[in-house]
Design a protein around this ligand. Structure first.
Ligand code: NAP
Ligand code: GDD
Length: 332
Protein backbone atom coordinates (compact mmCIF):
# COMPACT_ATOMS: atom_id res chain seq x y z
CA UNK A 1 0.00 0.00 0.00
CA UNK A 2 1.29 3.46 -0.84
CA UNK A 3 1.76 6.48 1.43
CA UNK A 4 0.45 9.21 -0.91
CA UNK A 5 -3.15 10.23 -0.40
CA UNK A 6 -5.14 8.25 -2.93
CA UNK A 7 -8.92 8.17 -3.10
CA UNK A 8 -11.31 5.91 -4.99
CA UNK A 9 -14.86 7.17 -5.58
CA UNK A 10 -17.85 5.21 -6.87
CA UNK A 11 -20.68 7.39 -8.22
CA UNK A 12 -18.13 9.98 -9.35
CA UNK A 13 -20.37 11.12 -12.24
CA UNK A 14 -23.13 12.05 -9.79
CA UNK A 15 -23.63 15.36 -7.98
CA UNK A 16 -21.67 14.40 -4.84
CA UNK A 17 -18.95 12.56 -6.76
CA UNK A 18 -18.25 15.70 -8.78
CA UNK A 19 -18.00 17.96 -5.71
CA UNK A 20 -15.98 15.40 -3.74
CA UNK A 21 -13.52 14.89 -6.59
CA UNK A 22 -12.71 18.61 -6.68
CA UNK A 23 -12.42 18.79 -2.90
CA UNK A 24 -9.97 15.87 -2.75
CA UNK A 25 -7.93 17.16 -5.69
CA UNK A 26 -7.64 20.53 -3.92
CA UNK A 27 -6.25 18.66 -0.91
CA UNK A 28 -3.56 16.98 -3.00
CA UNK A 29 -5.16 13.55 -3.41
CA UNK A 30 -4.73 11.39 -6.45
CA UNK A 31 -8.35 10.68 -7.35
CA UNK A 32 -9.69 7.60 -9.12
CA UNK A 33 -13.32 7.35 -10.14
CA UNK A 34 -15.40 4.32 -11.07
CA UNK A 35 -17.54 4.89 -14.15
CA UNK A 36 -20.02 2.34 -15.46
CA UNK A 37 -21.01 1.48 -19.00
CA UNK A 38 -19.02 1.22 -22.20
CA UNK A 39 -19.73 4.76 -23.38
CA UNK A 40 -21.06 6.68 -20.40
CA UNK A 41 -22.26 10.12 -21.62
CA UNK A 42 -21.17 11.72 -18.33
CA UNK A 43 -17.47 11.00 -18.96
CA UNK A 44 -16.91 14.24 -20.95
CA UNK A 45 -18.76 16.22 -18.27
CA UNK A 46 -16.53 14.74 -15.56
CA UNK A 47 -13.40 15.32 -17.63
CA UNK A 48 -14.32 18.98 -18.14
CA UNK A 49 -15.13 19.40 -14.43
CA UNK A 50 -12.05 17.66 -13.00
CA UNK A 51 -9.57 16.69 -15.73
CA UNK A 52 -7.09 15.24 -13.21
CA UNK A 53 -9.46 12.45 -12.16
CA UNK A 54 -8.35 9.03 -13.38
CA UNK A 55 -11.29 7.07 -14.71
CA UNK A 56 -11.66 3.32 -14.18
CA UNK A 57 -14.56 1.30 -15.50
CA UNK A 58 -16.68 -1.00 -13.38
CA UNK A 59 -20.09 -1.55 -11.89
CA UNK A 60 -21.34 -2.05 -8.35
CA UNK A 61 -23.13 -5.18 -9.58
CA UNK A 62 -19.85 -6.72 -10.78
CA UNK A 63 -17.63 -7.41 -7.79
CA UNK A 64 -14.63 -8.50 -9.83
CA UNK A 65 -14.64 -5.13 -11.60
CA UNK A 66 -14.51 -3.41 -8.19
CA UNK A 67 -11.57 -5.48 -6.99
CA UNK A 68 -9.73 -4.92 -10.24
CA UNK A 69 -10.29 -1.16 -10.02
CA UNK A 70 -9.07 -1.08 -6.41
CA UNK A 71 -5.89 -2.90 -7.39
CA UNK A 72 -5.18 -0.24 -9.99
CA UNK A 73 -6.13 2.74 -7.81
CA UNK A 74 -4.38 1.51 -4.62
CA UNK A 75 -6.53 3.85 -2.51
CA UNK A 76 -6.17 4.75 1.15
CA UNK A 77 -9.72 6.13 1.16
CA UNK A 78 -12.79 4.68 -0.59
CA UNK A 79 -15.99 6.72 -0.95
CA UNK A 80 -18.98 4.60 -1.96
CA UNK A 81 -21.39 7.11 -3.47
CA UNK A 82 -22.68 4.97 -6.36
CA UNK A 83 -26.38 4.10 -6.15
CA UNK A 84 -29.73 4.24 -7.82
CA UNK A 85 -30.64 7.34 -5.85
CA UNK A 86 -34.05 8.48 -7.13
CA UNK A 87 -36.65 7.45 -4.56
CA UNK A 88 -39.66 7.62 -6.92
CA UNK A 89 -37.90 5.32 -9.43
CA UNK A 90 -37.23 2.78 -6.69
CA UNK A 91 -40.88 1.68 -6.45
CA UNK A 92 -40.95 0.87 -10.15
CA UNK A 93 -37.52 -0.80 -10.12
CA UNK A 94 -37.42 -2.22 -6.63
CA UNK A 95 -35.30 -5.27 -7.38
CA UNK A 96 -32.69 -3.37 -9.37
CA UNK A 97 -32.56 -0.67 -6.67
CA UNK A 98 -32.07 -3.35 -4.01
CA UNK A 99 -29.24 -4.87 -6.00
CA UNK A 100 -27.35 -1.65 -6.80
CA UNK A 101 -28.11 0.50 -3.74
CA UNK A 102 -28.17 -2.39 -1.25
CA UNK A 103 -26.10 -5.36 -2.42
CA UNK A 104 -23.73 -3.00 -4.24
CA UNK A 105 -22.53 -1.83 -0.82
CA UNK A 106 -21.72 -5.39 0.19
CA UNK A 107 -19.88 -5.91 -3.09
CA UNK A 108 -17.80 -2.80 -2.41
CA UNK A 109 -17.09 -3.65 1.25
CA UNK A 110 -16.03 -7.17 0.33
CA UNK A 111 -13.85 -5.89 -2.51
CA UNK A 112 -12.12 -3.52 -0.06
CA UNK A 113 -11.62 -6.34 2.45
CA UNK A 114 -10.08 -8.60 -0.20
CA UNK A 115 -7.92 -5.80 -1.58
CA UNK A 116 -6.66 -4.67 1.85
CA UNK A 117 -5.76 -8.20 3.00
CA UNK A 118 -4.15 -8.28 6.46
CA UNK A 119 -4.07 -4.49 6.70
CA UNK A 120 -7.85 -3.92 6.51
CA UNK A 121 -7.97 -0.79 8.71
CA UNK A 122 -5.43 0.93 6.41
CA UNK A 123 -8.17 1.52 3.83
CA UNK A 124 -10.81 3.91 5.11
CA UNK A 125 -14.34 3.44 3.78
CA UNK A 126 -17.24 5.90 3.50
CA UNK A 127 -20.82 4.74 2.88
CA UNK A 128 -23.42 7.19 1.56
CA UNK A 129 -26.31 6.47 3.89
CA UNK A 130 -29.46 8.56 3.78
CA UNK A 131 -32.09 10.34 5.85
CA UNK A 132 -34.58 8.38 3.74
CA UNK A 133 -33.78 5.51 6.15
CA UNK A 134 -35.75 7.37 8.87
CA UNK A 135 -38.91 7.34 6.71
CA UNK A 136 -41.81 7.07 9.13
CA UNK A 137 -39.84 9.04 11.64
CA UNK A 138 -39.70 7.73 15.20
CA UNK A 139 -38.45 11.01 16.68
CA UNK A 140 -37.98 14.62 15.58
CA UNK A 141 -35.27 15.67 14.93
CA UNK A 142 -33.55 12.48 13.79
CA UNK A 143 -30.10 11.55 15.05
CA UNK A 144 -27.68 8.61 14.82
CA UNK A 145 -29.60 6.55 17.39
CA UNK A 146 -33.09 7.08 15.93
CA UNK A 147 -34.84 3.83 14.97
CA UNK A 148 -34.83 3.33 11.19
CA UNK A 149 -38.22 2.84 9.46
CA UNK A 150 -37.72 3.21 5.70
CA UNK A 151 -40.72 4.01 3.51
CA UNK A 152 -39.42 3.21 0.01
CA UNK A 153 -37.48 0.39 -1.67
CA UNK A 154 -34.61 2.87 -1.91
CA UNK A 155 -34.77 3.50 1.84
CA UNK A 156 -34.84 -0.23 2.57
CA UNK A 157 -31.79 -0.79 0.35
CA UNK A 158 -29.94 2.05 2.12
CA UNK A 159 -30.70 0.47 5.51
CA UNK A 160 -29.12 -2.77 4.28
CA UNK A 161 -25.99 -0.90 3.15
CA UNK A 162 -25.87 1.07 6.40
CA UNK A 163 -25.98 -1.98 8.66
CA UNK A 164 -23.60 -3.92 6.41
CA UNK A 165 -21.09 -1.08 6.78
CA UNK A 166 -21.44 -1.22 10.57
CA UNK A 167 -21.12 -5.01 10.40
CA UNK A 168 -17.82 -4.83 8.48
CA UNK A 169 -16.51 -2.35 11.02
CA UNK A 170 -17.46 -4.61 13.92
CA UNK A 171 -16.57 -7.95 12.30
CA UNK A 172 -13.28 -7.12 10.59
CA UNK A 173 -12.10 -3.91 12.26
CA UNK A 174 -12.55 -2.02 9.01
CA UNK A 175 -12.36 1.78 9.28
CA UNK A 176 -15.86 2.03 7.79
CA UNK A 177 -18.06 5.09 8.42
CA UNK A 178 -21.59 5.94 7.34
CA UNK A 179 -22.76 9.46 6.70
CA UNK A 180 -26.51 9.72 7.20
CA UNK A 181 -26.94 12.67 4.91
CA UNK A 182 -30.12 14.69 4.63
CA UNK A 183 -31.06 16.15 1.23
CA UNK A 184 -28.37 18.26 -0.35
CA UNK A 185 -28.59 20.13 -3.61
CA UNK A 186 -26.56 22.26 -6.01
CA UNK A 187 -26.51 23.39 -9.64
CA UNK A 188 -25.16 19.87 -10.40
CA UNK A 189 -28.25 18.17 -8.95
CA UNK A 190 -29.90 15.70 -11.33
CA UNK A 191 -32.94 17.17 -13.15
CA UNK A 192 -35.23 14.44 -11.75
CA UNK A 193 -35.01 15.81 -8.18
CA UNK A 194 -37.54 18.42 -7.13
CA UNK A 195 -35.15 21.32 -6.43
CA UNK A 196 -33.45 21.14 -9.81
CA UNK A 197 -36.72 20.43 -11.59
CA UNK A 198 -38.07 23.69 -10.15
CA UNK A 199 -34.93 25.80 -10.70
CA UNK A 200 -34.74 24.66 -14.34
CA UNK A 201 -38.42 25.36 -14.94
CA UNK A 202 -38.37 28.76 -13.21
CA UNK A 203 -35.38 29.87 -15.29
CA UNK A 204 -37.00 28.69 -18.53
CA UNK A 205 -40.40 30.22 -17.62
CA UNK A 206 -38.78 33.58 -16.90
CA UNK A 207 -37.16 33.55 -20.34
CA UNK A 208 -40.34 32.45 -22.10
CA UNK A 209 -39.06 28.96 -22.96
CA UNK A 210 -41.69 27.08 -20.95
CA UNK A 211 -45.08 27.94 -19.44
CA UNK A 212 -45.94 25.19 -16.95
CA UNK A 213 -44.41 23.03 -14.27
CA UNK A 214 -46.01 19.75 -13.18
CA UNK A 215 -45.26 18.66 -9.63
CA UNK A 216 -46.39 16.08 -7.10
CA UNK A 217 -46.76 16.87 -3.40
CA UNK A 218 -45.76 20.52 -2.97
CA UNK A 219 -46.40 20.41 0.78
CA UNK A 220 -43.58 17.88 1.23
CA UNK A 221 -40.89 19.08 3.62
CA UNK A 222 -37.17 18.41 3.64
CA UNK A 223 -34.02 19.49 5.45
CA UNK A 224 -32.13 20.84 2.42
CA UNK A 225 -28.44 21.80 2.44
CA UNK A 226 -25.70 22.54 -0.09
CA UNK A 227 -23.81 19.56 -1.60
CA UNK A 228 -20.44 21.34 -1.40
CA UNK A 229 -20.76 21.49 2.40
CA UNK A 230 -21.84 17.86 2.65
CA UNK A 231 -18.86 16.36 0.79
CA UNK A 232 -16.60 18.21 3.22
CA UNK A 233 -18.31 16.25 6.02
CA UNK A 234 -17.63 12.96 4.19
CA UNK A 235 -13.93 13.75 4.04
CA UNK A 236 -13.82 14.80 7.70
CA UNK A 237 -15.35 11.46 8.73
CA UNK A 238 -12.47 9.58 7.15
CA UNK A 239 -9.87 11.75 8.90
CA UNK A 240 -11.04 10.59 12.36
CA UNK A 241 -8.99 8.03 14.32
CA UNK A 242 -12.12 5.94 14.88
CA UNK A 243 -14.75 5.12 12.27
CA UNK A 244 -18.31 6.06 13.23
CA UNK A 245 -21.72 7.12 11.89
CA UNK A 246 -22.80 10.74 11.60
CA UNK A 247 -26.00 12.60 10.74
CA UNK A 248 -25.30 15.51 8.39
CA UNK A 249 -28.06 18.12 8.12
CA UNK A 250 -28.89 21.79 8.48
CA UNK A 251 -31.44 21.23 11.28
CA UNK A 252 -34.03 23.33 9.45
CA UNK A 253 -36.95 22.02 7.47
CA UNK A 254 -38.46 23.75 4.43
CA UNK A 255 -41.29 22.89 2.06
CA UNK A 256 -41.41 22.49 -1.72
CA UNK A 257 -43.89 25.39 -1.61
CA UNK A 258 -41.28 27.62 0.09
CA UNK A 259 -38.71 26.62 -2.52
CA UNK A 260 -41.21 27.68 -5.20
CA UNK A 261 -41.81 31.02 -3.46
CA UNK A 262 -38.11 31.90 -3.32
CA UNK A 263 -37.28 30.60 -6.80
CA UNK A 264 -40.12 32.44 -8.56
CA UNK A 265 -39.58 35.63 -6.53
CA UNK A 266 -35.94 35.59 -7.65
CA UNK A 267 -37.05 36.05 -11.27
CA UNK A 268 -39.68 38.65 -10.35
CA UNK A 269 -42.77 36.39 -10.25
CA UNK A 270 -44.69 36.74 -6.97
CA UNK A 271 -47.75 34.67 -7.88
CA UNK A 272 -46.69 31.34 -9.39
CA UNK A 273 -50.07 29.63 -9.12
CA UNK A 274 -50.77 29.96 -12.84
CA UNK A 275 -47.60 28.08 -13.77
CA UNK A 276 -47.55 25.20 -11.27
CA UNK A 277 -49.89 22.22 -11.70
CA UNK A 278 -50.24 19.27 -9.39
CA UNK A 279 -50.08 15.94 -11.20
CA UNK A 280 -51.44 12.97 -9.21
CA UNK A 281 -49.11 10.67 -11.20
CA UNK A 282 -46.18 12.37 -9.44
CA UNK A 283 -47.45 11.54 -5.94
CA UNK A 284 -45.56 8.68 -4.23
CA UNK A 285 -47.08 5.47 -2.85
CA UNK A 286 -45.68 6.47 0.56
CA UNK A 287 -44.05 9.66 1.80
CA UNK A 288 -41.56 10.11 4.56
CA UNK A 289 -42.72 12.16 7.55
CA UNK A 290 -41.05 15.27 8.91
CA UNK A 291 -37.38 14.87 7.99
CA UNK A 292 -35.22 17.15 10.08
CA UNK A 293 -31.75 16.20 11.21
CA UNK A 294 -29.85 16.72 14.45
CA UNK A 295 -26.20 16.94 13.38
CA UNK A 296 -24.84 17.85 16.84
CA UNK A 297 -22.42 14.90 16.82
CA UNK A 298 -20.87 15.97 13.51
CA UNK A 299 -20.73 19.60 14.59
CA UNK A 300 -18.84 18.67 17.76
CA UNK A 301 -16.58 15.83 16.65
CA UNK A 302 -15.98 16.77 13.03
CA UNK A 303 -16.21 20.52 13.66
CA UNK A 304 -18.50 20.60 10.65
CA UNK A 305 -21.27 23.12 9.97
CA UNK A 306 -23.29 24.00 6.86
CA UNK A 307 -22.29 27.31 5.27
CA UNK A 308 -25.08 27.98 2.74
CA UNK A 309 -28.52 29.16 3.89
CA UNK A 310 -31.65 27.78 2.20
CA UNK A 311 -32.52 31.02 0.41
CA UNK A 312 -28.97 31.29 -0.97
CA UNK A 313 -29.10 27.68 -2.13
CA UNK A 314 -32.32 28.30 -4.07
CA UNK A 315 -31.04 31.48 -5.74
CA UNK A 316 -27.70 29.79 -6.54
CA UNK A 317 -29.57 27.05 -8.39
CA UNK A 318 -31.91 29.42 -10.22
CA UNK A 319 -28.99 31.65 -11.29
CA UNK A 320 -27.10 28.65 -12.68
CA UNK A 321 -30.17 27.53 -14.61
CA UNK A 322 -30.81 31.06 -15.88
CA UNK A 323 -27.34 30.96 -17.48
CA UNK A 324 -28.16 27.62 -19.13
CA UNK A 325 -31.59 28.84 -20.29
CA UNK A 326 -30.10 32.05 -21.70
CA UNK A 327 -27.71 29.98 -23.85
CA UNK A 328 -30.62 27.83 -24.99
CA UNK A 329 -32.59 30.91 -25.93
CA UNK A 330 -29.73 32.41 -27.89
CA UNK A 331 -29.26 29.11 -29.72
CA UNK A 332 -25.68 28.73 -28.38
P1 NAP B 1 -26.57 10.82 -8.12
O1 NAP B 1 -26.29 12.19 -8.64
O2 NAP B 1 -27.84 10.14 -8.49
O3 NAP B 1 -25.34 9.88 -8.55
C1 NAP B 1 -25.42 8.49 -8.44
C2 NAP B 1 -24.14 7.89 -8.98
O4 NAP B 1 -24.21 6.45 -8.87
C3 NAP B 1 -23.89 8.19 -10.47
O5 NAP B 1 -22.52 8.47 -10.64
C4 NAP B 1 -24.26 6.88 -11.14
O6 NAP B 1 -23.59 6.66 -12.37
C5 NAP B 1 -23.77 5.89 -10.10
N1 NAP B 1 -24.32 4.54 -10.30
C6 NAP B 1 -25.61 4.19 -10.53
N2 NAP B 1 -25.70 2.86 -10.72
C7 NAP B 1 -24.44 2.36 -10.61
C8 NAP B 1 -23.89 1.06 -10.72
N3 NAP B 1 -24.65 -0.01 -10.99
N4 NAP B 1 -22.55 0.91 -10.57
C9 NAP B 1 -21.75 2.00 -10.31
N5 NAP B 1 -22.22 3.25 -10.21
C10 NAP B 1 -23.56 3.43 -10.34
O7 NAP B 1 -26.50 10.83 -6.50
P2 NAP B 1 -25.90 11.92 -5.52
O8 NAP B 1 -26.95 12.92 -5.21
O9 NAP B 1 -24.58 12.36 -6.00
O10 NAP B 1 -25.74 11.05 -4.19
C11 NAP B 1 -24.55 10.30 -3.95
C12 NAP B 1 -24.88 9.18 -2.97
O11 NAP B 1 -25.38 9.74 -1.76
C13 NAP B 1 -25.92 8.19 -3.45
O12 NAP B 1 -25.58 6.92 -2.93
C14 NAP B 1 -27.20 8.68 -2.81
O13 NAP B 1 -28.12 7.63 -2.67
C15 NAP B 1 -26.67 9.19 -1.49
N6 NAP B 1 -27.42 10.27 -0.85
C16 NAP B 1 -27.69 11.41 -1.55
C17 NAP B 1 -28.36 12.45 -0.92
C18 NAP B 1 -28.67 13.73 -1.64
O14 NAP B 1 -29.50 14.50 -1.15
N7 NAP B 1 -28.02 14.01 -2.77
C19 NAP B 1 -28.73 12.33 0.43
C20 NAP B 1 -28.42 11.15 1.11
C21 NAP B 1 -27.74 10.14 0.47
P3 NAP B 1 -24.17 7.13 -13.81
O15 NAP B 1 -23.78 8.58 -13.92
O16 NAP B 1 -23.50 6.25 -14.75
O17 NAP B 1 -25.66 6.95 -13.73
N1 GDD C 1 -38.57 14.44 -7.64
C1 GDD C 1 -39.73 15.09 -7.46
N2 GDD C 1 -40.45 15.52 -8.55
N3 GDD C 1 -40.16 15.28 -6.18
C2 GDD C 1 -41.32 15.96 -6.02
C3 GDD C 1 -42.07 16.44 -7.10
C4 GDD C 1 -41.61 16.20 -8.42
O1 GDD C 1 -42.23 16.57 -9.41
N4 GDD C 1 -43.14 17.09 -6.59
C5 GDD C 1 -43.07 17.02 -5.26
N5 GDD C 1 -41.96 16.33 -4.90
C6 GDD C 1 -41.58 16.00 -3.52
C7 GDD C 1 -41.37 14.49 -3.32
O2 GDD C 1 -42.62 13.82 -3.16
C8 GDD C 1 -40.52 14.51 -2.06
O3 GDD C 1 -41.37 14.56 -0.93
C9 GDD C 1 -39.73 15.81 -2.16
O4 GDD C 1 -40.33 16.58 -3.22
C10 GDD C 1 -38.25 15.61 -2.48
O5 GDD C 1 -38.12 14.73 -3.58
P1 GDD C 1 -36.72 14.50 -4.32
O6 GDD C 1 -36.13 15.81 -4.71
O7 GDD C 1 -36.96 13.51 -5.40
O8 GDD C 1 -35.78 13.93 -3.18
P2 GDD C 1 -36.00 12.79 -2.08
O9 GDD C 1 -36.11 13.46 -0.75
O10 GDD C 1 -37.06 11.84 -2.45
O11 GDD C 1 -34.62 11.99 -2.15
C11 GDD C 1 -33.37 12.67 -2.15
O12 GDD C 1 -32.92 12.85 -0.83
C12 GDD C 1 -32.64 11.64 -0.12
C13 GDD C 1 -32.19 12.04 1.30
O13 GDD C 1 -33.31 12.24 2.10
C14 GDD C 1 -32.40 11.81 -2.99
O14 GDD C 1 -31.21 12.52 -3.20
C15 GDD C 1 -32.07 10.52 -2.26
O15 GDD C 1 -31.04 9.82 -2.98
C16 GDD C 1 -31.56 10.88 -0.85
O16 GDD C 1 -31.21 9.72 -0.13
Amino acid sequence: MQNAKRAFITGITGQDGMYLSRLLLSKGYEVYGLVRGQNNPKIPVLQAWAPEVKILTGDLLDQSSLLRALKVAQPTEVYNLGAISFVAYSWENAQLTSQVTGLGVLNMLEAVRLYAGDDVSAVRFYQASSSEMFGRVQEVPQRETTLLWPRSPYGVAKVFGHYMTINYRESYGMHASSGVLFNHESPLRGPEFVTRKISTAVARISLGLQDRLDLGNIDAQRDWGFAGDYVEAMWRMLQQDEADDYVISTGETQSVRKYLDIAFAHVGIDDWSGYVHQDPALLRPAEVDLLIGDSAKARTRLEWAPSVAFEDLVTMMVDADLAIAAKEKSGA
